[in-house]
Design a protein around this ligand. Structure first.
Ligand code: AMP
Length: 143
């Protein structure tokens, strides 16, 4: 199973922000969209970074209320691990486990085409395991 299968179901729209926005704006966007991370994009559509609720918690712990006015660029992760549409779900699971993060942007030719969260990966794995169980049950019943 590849990431393209997940994107075909959930779509390729991604909630993004830009490096110059404030943490206050990022927090409001996360709350409004009920999500845990924003991809930070450059004007050309390439990925400049990712900022998640964990980065914001860390900024608040370090700087207190003053963090709200800081730019996203000061607290985002700039070294982003991305995948392609052809990457397998198993490989993305390994990336998330190894890197200890729950979001992986999907890029094609340097442009953002989707975002995979740990929730998407778990949903896809459960569906695959259930389909396998059903196939095995059907096979046993037929025999
Ligand atoms: P998360 O578990 O996705 O909320 O993120 C935990 C930490 O990893 C935060 O510091 C994020 O900025 C960072 N992070 C999230 N996704 C990625 C990614 N795909 N590549 C690199 N760092 C990431």
């Amino acid at each position: 199973m590849t990431i393209a299968h997940i994107l075909a179901e959930k779509g390729g729209s991604v909630v993004t922000t830009t490096p110059d926005r404030t943490l206050d704006e990022a927090i409001h966007l996360l709350a409004e969209k009920r999500i845990g991370a924003l991809v930070v994009s450059n004007p050309d559509g390439s990925v400049a970074g990712i900022i998640s609720e964990r980065d914001i918690m860390r900024a608040l712990a370090e700087r207190g209320g003053g963090a709200f006015d800081a730019p996203v660029s000061a607290h985002m992760t700039a070294d982003v691990v991305t995948c392609a549409r052809a990457t397998t779900v198993e490989d993305v699971m390994q990336m998330m486990t190894k890197g200890r993060f729950r979001h992986v942007p999907v890029c094609e030719a340097g442009r953002l085409v989707g975002l995979i969260s740990i929730g998407d990966v778990v949903k896809s794995r459960i569906a695959a395991v259930e389909a396998e169980h059903k196939a095995l049950r059907d096979y046993i019943t037929m025999a």
